[in-house]
Design a binder for this molecule. Structure first.
Ligand SMILES: Nc1nc2c(c(=O)[nH]1)N[C@H]1C(S)=C(S)[C@@H](COP(=O)(O)O)O[C@H]1N2
Ligand SMILES: [Mo]
Length: 393
């Protein structure tokens, strides 16, 4: 077997060989290496094997079963004892709150269906590829989340006039870019106080699973997944904008390591398709029988409602049928009847939203591989149809 560039066992913060920037100027970097056109590294394999994708055939299900929901865990899943755990709301508030799980469950409950997508979804399709969790397209899922609106807690605590942001901190900690940290992200007060921001303790009608943030996570509908802090332990109202690693270094649209860039926030419009036909085990290539078939998928946007989905067949575009929205922040199913002719075809799908956004055909590259919503392309081989309508004897 050919050996890939393996450089593990390096203490955090120590520069790797072959890095473009001189060590003395090195600011904390979100990714362990410069973008690469080489083979997937062992580090990327380790990340991919822990942070699994949602298989795209699961787009057939409206609610992703919890065990199939995509996963991102920066460090380790913390073992949280719900008996001793509590959530602290503190900082620039009139009245500090300390709540146990039972207190949160006793409050007003709200259920929202929310499509969550990792900001790095599609990263490995960029050329060169930013070296991090190497998502192809499966970093997205839809679930039914139940919790208590954060706005109620904020009203009870009373924000001081100077409060500008809320900082959400999880129980998990570790190293990234040489910086030891607990996972923490902030939201402007106006966003955090919206009725749709939940402190969620249930997913698909069950208590959160350990990997999805048990006992409590933040849920910010319409925003990329990094915003929805898992294993939440503290909410702090602050009077100056939060500059933590996951806010100021990671999750930015940058051109290079020096570029301060702009913040990643809401989910860009996107449609994905269930890969049609049958898969080849090793290559995932698709084969289907000639004749009528129905292409299907889901579409979503964090900037507004999806207004249209188009399907591309060998470069020609057709309008897909878009099913009614089930819930405001949930993906919408789309279908397109297609009569497949023998040969090889390239299928695409492309969504638009009420804010006037449309998915790009080619993605503008960025250094962290954030927000890649370029149209999905699937190559299929259509074989002669047998008597039973399948291509398979
Ligand atoms: N505490 C904590 N919260 C976190 C993360 C994390 O590593 N630690 N990962 C974030 C990222 S990048 C994403 S995309 C979502 C993924 O949520 P899921 O694993 O439940 O799908 O959680 C976010 N919340
Ligand atoms: Mo993410």
């Amino acid at each position: 077997m050919k050996k890939t560039a393996v450089r593990s066992g390096r203490p955090a913060g120590q520069a790797r060989q072959g890095q473009a920037r001189p060590a003395q100027e090195k600011a904390p970097s979100p990714h362990p290496a410069e973008p690469s056109s080489g083979l997937i590294t062992e580090d990327e394999l380790l990340l991919a094997s822990r942070n699994h994708a949602m298989p795209l055939e699961m787009l057939r299900w409206y609610a992703t079963p919890a065990g199939m929901h995509y996963l991102v865990i920066h460090w380790d899943v913390p073992a949280v004892d719900p008996e001793t755990w509590s959530l602290r709301l503190h900082g620039a508030v009139h009245r500090e709150l300390q709540l146990r799980l039972g207190d949160l469950r006793a409050r007003e409950a709200r259920t929202l269906d929310v499509t969550m997508e990792c900001a790095g979804n599609g990263r490995s399709l960029l050329k060169p590829r930013p070296v991090s969790q190497p998502w192809v397209l499966g970093g997205v899922s839809n679930a039914v989340w139940t919790g208590t609106p954060l706005s109620g807690l904020l009203a009870e605590a009373g924000l001081e006039p100077g409060a500008v942001e809320l900082v959400f901190t999880g129980e998990d900690r570790g190293f990234q870019g040489g910086v030891e940290q607990a996972y923490a992200r902030s939201l402007p007060v106006e966003v955090a106080a919206s009725d749709d921001v939940l402190l969620a303790y249930e997913m698909n009608g069950q208590p959160l699973m350990p990997q999805h943030g048990f006992p409590l996570r933040l849920l910010v509908p319409g925003w990329y997944g990094m915003t929805s802090v898992k294993w939440l332990r503290s909410i702090e109202a602050v009077t100056t904008p939060f500059e933590g690693f996951q806010q100021s270094v990671a999750y930015r649209f940058q051109q290079d390591a020096e570029d301060s860039g702009t913040r990643v926030s809401r989910i860009r419009v996107r449609a994905l398709m269930v890969p049609p036909g049958e898969a080849d085990f090793a290559t995932r290539r698709r084969v289907l029988a000639a004749g009528p078939t129905v292409l299907e998928g889901r579409a979503w946007s964090g900037h507004g409602a999806v207004t249209a989905v188009s399907v591309g067949i060998d470069g020609a575009w057709f309008r897909a049928h878009l099913e009614p929205a089930v819930d405001r922040y949930a993906w919408r199913r789309w279908t397109f009847p297609w009569v497949a002719s023998e040969g090889t075809h390239e299928l695409m799908c492309r969504a638009e939203d009420t804010a006037g956004n449309i998915q790009p055909l080619e993605q503008e590259w960025n250094y962290q591989g954030m927000g890649n919503n370029a149209v999905q392309r699937i190559e299929v081989t259509v074989r002669p149809s047998l008597a039973d309508g399948t291509a398979f004897p």
